[in-house]
Design a protein. Structure first.
Lengths: 320, 325
């Protein structure tokens, strides 16, 4: 298989404040030395808790924000080296779906206006043809042609998310970043939108980076999964392998914390101590050290890097 | 056993000009002392409105038009505002979803916990403060005596929720209403909060009405589950029953909509088609009929009653016949 997206030592540090007078020298390592690759046609899931850097990673790949260091390659092209004017072509190939369908659609624009942007910017179609394409696309996402004249507030959350998906697909991208596409939706609507994304992915064969905090969603949708914690990729494997044999203690905790549909599981769950924010890792040590149940003195001093453990499975932990 | 809380045929409507929004329409259920009951449903199904009625905190233009809420030997809907104030915080307390919004940003968190003690007990200021620190410690806040002097914004979401739980536990209430207490928290933190609630029940024997849209978390802590849809209870049964023998097509659809974790990969989820009905324009028959796969003629014209199928298992669907009186 061909690699479509390659991420190499991608790093994004945010300074605490832009104003020098407020600068404390504190730097938030939102994404720290993250490397992975996404094969053409696959769904790659990124999972982790809030603040782990999964959204930042998605935005860095699309160059919606600039990396501090590291590289992103798309179809062999070095995206991080593109000039601003060259990004336009990249945007046609790589699109994004945002989490909140209530804030990602302009309330003053009709669905027709919203959808026509892609066609106009890239000169793909206009007039009757543009309309036909929009109607076909709306049908694909489960909405009728009557939607064109309506405005975002006339739709429910699930329908809006369908519009957001349609908008991303107007330019027929090769690659789609779906950042928490269903977390703002109700359970029954979530299932509908997940089915829609799967159907579209099968039909249009785009490659997808799915970012979500819900392990169930990621497990259901993805072929391979990367687990992030405090800016670092701690484990990477195909989904079955990751679920059946999680190696990193954080992945293990994440899987055992996911509420199960079984009775009486609560008592047997291993409750992970502490929180991410009140337990910052020691400088130079493993990011998971403060909460890790199997940490040793060495973990305090060594920052583990992702190492291959068996076929299509790598983990960043010196204890496994 | 005498139930701790008994809600009978509760109807709460919002009167908005010419239209009436039937947020809660004929809801009945019971909670036994020390029981954890889950109230599950999607946004807009009336689960939060139902709890606002129990606490008599329904905002205008909402009005309770019918029903009874028995708490012990009192009907909460007939109490005076002053009597109701004595109930809230002391006998029934509440944990809300957004902890930051529930806490006052300009008052030290310890004072907010102590306030409950000052309002309902004979504690002196000092005793109330000490109790607040103790409660915060019990809910897992490290260095509680120091942290009690902090303000809400100095805590993370999980820690803020612990403080809200501390206020809810301050007077050993008989009933705690937890409205989406873990939504918005990370899974590992969610688990910590759930075990905290279980601990509260164990130590103080409080009953908990646990409201959530997340079926999986409800299953993990509740003894009994009530499923709401479009302002009605559509099914209610012990957790085990709901899991092994879901009767209402909506319950079944809801369970099937949850992506499975582990096991053989599934290509598509058996999702429920369509959308919930508009609450100002409800279908005349069964409210789930437009989305139901087992729909019949009868369902479209007549509204089914909530019937007892087996002891303790209630369902609102024409597919089932009442088997016990």
């Amino acid at each position: 298989m061909k690699t479509l997206v390659q991420v190499q030592s991608l790093t994004k540090h945010f300074a605490a404040s832009r104003l020098w007078i407020l600068r404390t020298g504190q730097v938030t390592k939102a994404v720290d030395d993250v490397s992975f690759s996404i094969e053409e046609g696959e769904v790659f899931g990124l999972v982790g808790e809030s603040g782990c850097g999964k959204t930042t990673t998605g935005r860095l790949i699309l160059r919606l924000i600039e990396p501090t260091s590291g590289d992103v390659f798309f179809d062999g092209q070095r995206i991080t080296a593109l000039a601003r004017s060259e990004l336009r072509d990249y945007r046609k190939q790589a699109q994004i779906i945002f989490q909140n369908p209530f804030s990602s659609l302009n309330p003053r624009r009709s669905i027709e206006d919203i959808l026509s942007d892609g066609y106009d910017i890239y000169g793909l179609a206009n007039g009757g043809e543009r309309r036909d394409r929009m109607v076909a696309l709306l049908e694909k996402v489960g909405l009728g042609a009557d939607a064109l004249k309506r405005y975002p507030h006339q739709f429910s959350g699930g329908q809006r998310q369908r519009i957001v998906i349609a908008r991303a697909l107007t330019v027929e991208p090769k690659f789609l970043v779906a950042d928490e596409p269903v977390s703002a939706l109700d359970v029954s609507i979530q299932a509908q939108v997940l089915n829609l994304l799967r159907q579209l992915q099968r039909d249009l064969k785009f490659t997808m980076l799915l970012i979500a905090h819900d392990l169930r969603v990621v497990y259901h949708m993805s072929d391979r999964i990367g687990v992030m914690y405090l800016g670092r990729l701690v484990e990477l494997a195909n989904k079955q392998e990751l679920y059946d044999h999680p190696l990193h203690p954080y992945t293990q905790a994440l899987i055992s914390s996911a509420p199960t549909m079984e009775l009486g599981r609560m008592g047997r769950k291993a409750v992970l101590k502490g929180e991410v924010w009140n337990r910052m890792p020691p400088p130079g040590g493993c990011v998971f050290y403060p909460r890790c149940p199997i940490a040793t003195e060495e973990c305090k001093r060594t920052l583990p890097t992702l190492e291959a453990k068996g076929q299509d499975h790598s983990v960043a932990c010196i204890r496994v | 056993m005498e139930p701790l809380l008994e809600v009978k045929n509760l109807c709460a409507y919002f009167f908005m000009g010419s239209s009436i929004l039937k947020a809660v329409d004929g809801v009945s259920f019971e909670i036994q002392p020390g029981q954890i009951v889950g109230l599950v449903g999607e946004s807009g199904c009336g689960k939060t409105t139902a709890t606002q009625c129990i606490l008599r905190l329904l905002p205008s233009p909402g009005r309770i038009v019918e029903g009874e809420v028995r708490f012990g030997d009192k009907d909460l809907l007939t109490l005076s505002p002053e009597e109701m104030r004595q109930i809230r915080g002391r006998h029934i307390s509440v944990i809300l979803q957004d902890a930051m919004a529930a806490l006052n940003p300009v008052i030290r968190v310890g004072e907010q916990v102590a306030d409950i003690r000052l309002a309902h007990t004979t504690d002196s200021n000092r005793a109330a403060w000490e109790k607040a620190v103790e409660l915060m410690g019990q809910t897992g806040i490290p260095r509680a005596s120091e942290r009690a002097r902090y303000h809400a914004h100095e805590f993370s979401g999980g820690m803020q929720q612990r403080i809200v739980i501390a206020t809810a536990l301050a007077c050993n209430p008989e009933l705690i209403i937890a409205d989406e207490p873990t939504t918005g928290l990370d899974v590992t933190i969610q688990l910590q909060i759930l075990s905290l609630l279980l601990k509260a029940r164990e130590q103080m024997g409080s009953a908990i009405l646990y409201i959530s849209h997340d079926f999986a978390t409800v299953v993990s802590i509740c003894d009994r589950i009530i499923i709401m849809y479009a302002g009605e209870v559509v099914e209610s049964a012990p957790t085990k029953e709901i899991l092994t023998n879901p009767m209402h097509p909506y319950t079944e659809g809801l369970i099937n909509s949850i992506p499975p974790l582990g096991g053989a990969p599934m290509e598509f989820l058996p999702a429920i088609p369509g959308l919930p009905p508009n609450p100002v324009d409800l279908p005349p028959g069964c409210r789930f009929a437009p989305r139901c796969s087992h729909v019949s003629e009868e369902c479209l014209v007549q509204r089914p009653d909530l019937i007892a199928c087996t002891p303790g298992h209630y369902v609102r669907c024409f597919s089932y016949k009442e088997e016990i009186e």
